[in-house]
Design a protein around this ligand. Structure first.
Ligand code: NAP
Length: 473
């Protein structure tokens, strides 16, 4: 199979291609186009040409296009999940869940397209403002560059393309090199749904090369990026006056207070730590357990983790499969070994077979270890103990990241204290930090990013507020 670029509503050949392989068994999947400089400029030009048509398209038509895309995804649910499972080694169960969420994301985008509006402004509240009728409108920005990661190749594309189209923008999409097939599939659906040529363009190839071209191009008004903090920072520093939103990584934490009943919540916590091999931006990486519950928690957590089945992502009962690259397996091994050398207790895992890293549980980890203070992005979790809620909150906040945090407690005062004091983008009470539904505001503080997604909030980022004032007399 060969995948050409998608520019100006057409398949576009280019000079070179690279082989895409399944991360689990390294089987060949497709030859993927590597966009050259000219291809990227051509994608931006197509997007620029479609700006007026998209800005003038009535809201109901934009909404209908998005609803059609959601419909195509529903019809092809299994096929789409298999694409994700193959290119990302995401276990089929998780891939199907991602497709279901992608359907919701485009459905919400369809709804949101119909309710983008401004507000009236009471100009006469200030002396000299009287005699005016004023209101705001939200206008599309124009061309938006969307750069996406490998770990949710359909739904994170949807979180950018959905609100961008809902708001009447045009898009140049650069998906992760490991997961281009899902992005090309979505481009096909938008074409079939009647999106004007050029309103969505897909370019594949090296992120750093394409990124540099997109960052320099004055025609691009916004870069919406999801990926690693290092790349996010580079984009922020090199994008001039373009609007930039960054959805970056984290080392998400969960607090387990004293007296919490563990049995019911344990499967959920284990899934929050190990789903998709821990390669989720809000994966549970640090668990802080009240000292009275510590031993019981560790015991139950390990026994629940041992139920996970490792294997081929295409098997319906697989829970854990290969990490995205063999290099990431090696990096994870080094970080775990280093933590153990420096005094952490290894309770489970710590080894790998080919691409699959075994679910790994560490205890009493010094917080300066990479498995604690850096984003591990692997099936590795550590469990430490605390005495007071004040201490637990300080431990969670002692991080350069701040995406989401979770707390299980029976004490409303402690829940409210955590809600107030945790320095993160979202606090999940009696829930794991890994919880997300696609319409909620989502994003981080500190090195976890800037700006918010969740369709309504992304639409705000992707529109310009214009004030219109009528002088009446
Ligand atoms: P990544 O290496 O940063 O890549 C993300 C995207 O950026 C890819 O399309 C990549 O292209 C591109 N890229 C790489 N270098 C670039 C550069 N210099 N300029 C512009 N673009 C560049 O991240 P990843 O490994 O795919 O994804 C994992 C990271 O994403 C983790 O840190 C995770 O926490 C984060 N993430 C955050 C969220 C959130 O919502 N907060 C959600 C999911 C993931 P290539 O693939 O071609 O290199």
């Amino acid at each position: 199979m060969k995948k050409t670029l998608w520019i100006g509503g057409e398949l576009r050949e280019t000079a070179s291609y690279s082989e895409l392989k399944n991360p689990f068994n390294l089987e060949f999947l497709a030859d993927i186009a590597i966009a050259d400089h000219q291809d990227v400029l051509s994608a931006v030009e197509s997007a620029q040409k479609a700006v007026t048509e998209m800005a003038e398209m009535p809201a109901f038509q934009r909404s209908e296009i998005l609803e059609k895309v959601a419909g195509f995804l529903k019809e092809d649910r299994e096929e789409c999940a298999r694409i994700i499972a193959k290119e990302a080694a995401k276990p089929l169960k998780a891939a199907l869940a991602e497709v279901d969420r992608t359907i919701m994301t485009y459905t919400f985008a369809g709804h949101e397209a119909r309710r983008i509006h401004g507000e009236t402004v009471p100009m006469d509240a200030a002396p000299g403002g009287q005699g005016r009728l004023a209101f705001t409108v939200r206008e599309p920005l124009g061309v938006i560059a969307a750069i996406t990661p490998f770990n949710f190749p359909m739904n994170l594309v949807a979180h950018k393309v959905g609100p961008a189209i809902a708001a009447g923008n045009t898009v140049v999409l650069k998906p992760a090199s490991q997961t281009p097939l899902s992005a090309y599939k979505i481009a096909e659906y938008f074409h079939k749904a009647g999106l004007p040529a050029g309103a969505l363009n897909v370019v594949t190839g090296s992120g750093s090369k394409i990124g540099d071209i997109l960052m320099k191009d004055e025609r691009i008004k916004m870069i919406t990026f999801t990926g690693s903090p290092e790349v996010g920072k580079y984009i922020r520093e090199n994008s001039g006056l373009k609007r930039v939103t960054l959805e970056l990584g984290s080392n998400s934490a969960l607090i387990i207070d004293d007296h919490v009943s563990l049995t019911e919540i344990m499967p959920r916590i284990v899934s929050g730590a190990f789903a998709y091999q821990g390669q989720v931006c809000i994966s549970i990486q640090r668990i802080f357990v009240h000292e009275n519950l510590f031993e019981t928690f560790v015991e139950q957590f390990i026994s629940e983790t041992q139920k996970l089945k490792a294997g081929d992502p295409l098997n319906e009962d697989t829970d854990i499969s290969a990490m995205i690259t063999r290099g990431d397996v090696q990096r994870t091994k080094q970080w775990v070994d280093e933590a153990v050398r420096n005094g952490s207790g290894l309770m489970l895992g710590g080894n790998y077979e080919e691409g699959i890293f075994a679910p790994t549980v560490l205890v009493d980890v010094p917080l300066s270890e990479k498995v604690s203070c850096e984003e591990v992005f692997a099936p590795v979790v550590h469990i430490n103990r605390f005495r007071t809620m004040k201490e637990a909150i300080e431990l969670v906040n002692d991080s350069k990241y701040g995406l989401q945090a979770g707390i299980f407690t029976n004490d409303i005062h402690k829940a409210l204290e955590a809600a107030k004091k945790l320095h993160v983008g979202g606090v999940m009470i009696n829930e794991i930090p890994t919880f997300r539904v696609d319409q909620m505001p989502y994003g981080g503080v500190k090195m976890s990013g800037m700006g918010r997604e969740g369709i309504k909030y992304a639409v705000e980022e992707m529109t310009e507020l214009k004030l219109i004032s009528f002088k009446m007399d």
